[in-house]
Ligand binder design. Structure first.
Ligand SMILES: Cc1ncc(C[n+]2csc(CCOP(=O)(O)OP(=O)(O)O)c2C)c(N)n1
Ligand SMILES: [Mg+2]
Length: 599
């Protein structure tokens, strides 16, 4: 209760002074001191729950909400397109375990934010998309309102939960339900529909204050059953060739010390999924990342920690796992730690499911391991070390080459050094070759520093993630972008400049999608569908808004520009010219491409 009062004291004077919204009819909506309104209640409900940042794009009917939120001390980050605001909100949720808030206008703004909401749900990022919506009476009779759309119905199948608030006195409950749905259990996207009329509704201030809910224990721990932990430990103990797989869920859990202790005490080799890189430093001697294609088929017991057996792990079967053909299971037994009981058996049999939040499960396993755990057999560890050393040496040779023009390797060799020297910097990464090569070449040293395209392999997260990462962490951000990938959110370089964020964008520019050397087979005037303007000067886009733009054609130029960007913390875009023939179609997932498969 006390904090409710505190929040009100802080917000009330500033909110009352905020200017009326010219675009919403220009009526000054200033309730008397004894009254409150929908605007204030939404802002106070968010603040009461520790939410201090909104990522959004203003317009009817939420223009005043953005102003009043800023006036009330919240950070309001305005984007140029809602999709980028949505991606920003979702990754802020991943980084902080608090729901990231994306605020949009009705119909088109809502739809623009929806891809990010669906992506958040798929990736288990906690996020709330709050959209203003048009007049219910008109929308439901389909009478053609301004930005008419039944948003609630459209959002519902794409998110974990969807709510609408019609009355000011229900705002507290609506926000509390949205927060709980976003962060409890398996996190995900939540839609909250706030019709235009709600914001101007007034009610007695005292009653309004009492209607707000400070959510107690929004993401309750889920303790695993003792027998499930025991079953898992026994299976692990019986293993001759055990392997641990760390997923994005393990990174999300913020149980870093316990996860590291579990890996180190058991001595089991591990593989990090892309966004789990850095949970233990990639240079850790137990990392089997450089021997991935050896350990997956050879392992006899695999423990999944917050990692799902989806396409990113070849569904736990097929040749990758030592199966005889594309659908056949390998001989592995699986332990799966996951917060959702429905995850087990999604693709292959799970012999020991451990259901609970990753932190609680890992600490239960640690307790069960005790002091006398036998390390895995030496022949397993030696066999992995041998492959690893060979592959690392081979990679070293490739990285040392200095071709002209640059290729992905010679450019990323520089990025690898810069990230090593700046382990607190956050690495955002998207593209195809630009993604796959960065993931395998650039080592990460700390948890949750690598943010990428996630479960869907979605293009467009780049600038939204970069803005959120900088805003949420205060750390410098390095965004390694394919030239196609960058295009999806490129206009947000203005946002980066406007908020003066320490973001260094590096475009690995090979003139196209996958590569830039295709030609139109008809000899006609149109370029081939995968190629872009040759030698495009993306760096000028950053210069247009006052940031630093650099064209880099050699690793030395790239290094100098990146060092300067990290030193100055100025918004920087480096356009790195990459050999247009250097990439492969679809990067590492060529096999999923129907045409390439036929070849
Ligand atoms: C939203 C979305 N649209 C399209 C795709 C298909 N796609 C996958 S990678 C990619 C771009 C690859 O080109 P680029 O970013 O330049 O990386 P490169 O391989 O050239 O380094 C595209 C369009 C996608 N993954 N997501
Ligand atoms: Mg490209």
């Amino acid at each position: 209760m006390e904090s409710v009062t505190a929040a009100r004291k802080e917000t009330t004077p500033a909110v009352a002074e905020a200017a009326p919204d010219a675009t919403s009819g220009g009526q000054a909506n200033v309730p008397s001191p004894q009254e409150t309104d929908g605007f204030r209640l939404v802002i106070e409900a968010l603040k009461l729950n520790g939410i201090d940042t909104i990522f959004g794009l203003p317009g009817i009917p939420i223009t005043d909400l953005t102003r009043k939120a800023q006036a009330a001390g919240m950070r309001v980050i305005s984007f140029r397109h809602e999709q980028n605001a949505g991606y920003a909100a979702s990754i802020a949720g991943f980084m902080t375990r608090k729901p990231g808030i994306c605020l949009t206008v009705s119909a088109p703004g809502f739809l623009n934010g929806l891809t990010a909401l669906a992506n958040a749900t798929t990736n288990c990022f906690p996020m709330i998309l709050i959209s203003g919506s048009s007049e219910r009476e008109i929308v439901d009779l389909q009478q053609g309102d301004y930005e008419e759309m039944d948003q609630l119905a459209i959002a519902r199948p794409l998110c974990k939960a969807a709510f609408r608030v019609l009355h000011a006195e229900d705002i507290g409950v609506g926000i509390a339900r949205a927060i709980r749905a976003a962060v409890s259990g398996r996190p995900g996207g939540v839609y909250l529909d706030l019709p235009a009329k709600l914001f101007a509704q007034t009610m007695a201030a005292e009653a309004g204050r009492k209607s707000l809910i400070k959510v107690v224990d929004p993401a309750p721990r889920q303790i695993p059953a003792r027998d499930a932990v025991q079953r898992a430990l026994e299976l692990l103990k019986s293993a001759k060739r055990p392997l641990i797989l760390l997923g994005k869920g393990a990174a999300y859990a913020q149980a870093d010390a316990d996860i590291r202790a579990l890996v180190e005490k058991t001595g089991i080799p591990y593989l990090p999924m892309a966004m789990a890189k850095g949970l233990l430093p990639d240079t850790h001697e137990q990392s089997a990342a450089a021997a991935r294609s050896y350990v997956l088929p050879e392992a006899d017991v695999v423990m999944l920690i917050g990692a799902r057996l989806n396409w990113l792990l070849s569904h736990g079967k097929g040749k990758t796992w030592g199966g005889k053909d594309a659908k056949a299971w390998g001989g592995q037994k699986f332990i799966q730690i996951d917060i959702s009981p429905q995850e087990a058996d999604s693709n292959v049999r799970i012999d020991a499911p451990v259901v609970g939040d990753v932190g609680s499960c890992v600490s239960a396993l640690l307790a069960g391991i005790g002091a006398t755990w036998a390390k895995p057999p030496a022949d397993w560890l030696n066999a992995i070390a041998e492959r690893k050393n060979k592959n690392v040496a081979k990679m070293g040779e490739t990285l040392a080459k200095n071709p002209m023009p640059m290729n992905f390797h010679s450019a990323l060799n520089v990025v690898r050094d810069i990230v090593k020297a700046n382990p607190d910097a956050i690495l955002v990464n998207e593209g195809a070759n630009a993604l796959d090569f960065t993931r395998s070449i650039v080592d990460m040293y700390k948890p949750r520093k690598r943010l990428d395209v996630g479960t869907w392999g979605v293009m467009g997260i780049g600038m939204g993630f970069s803005v959120a990462a900088a805003v949420v962490s205060g750390q410098p951000v390095i965004a390694i972008e394919g030239d196609s990938a960058f295009g999806f959110s490129g206009m947000e370089v203005e946002t980066i400049c406007r908020y003066n964020l320490p973001v260094c964008v590096v475009i690995l520019n090979n003139n196209g999608v996958y590569r830039g050397d295709e030609v139109n087979p008809t000899g006609g005037r149109d370029p081939a569908p995968l190629v872009f303007v040759k030698g495009a000067r993306y760096e000028k886009l950053m210069e247009a808004f006052g940031g630093v733009g650099v064209q880099a054609t050699t690793p030395a130029e790239l290094r100098k520009a990146m060092e300067e960007a990290l030193r100055s913390r100025k918004p920087t875009l480096i356009n790195a010219a990459i050999d247009e023939g250097a990439g492969t179609e679809s990067g590492r997932i060529t096999a999923l491409n129907p045409t390439a498969k036929k070849k």
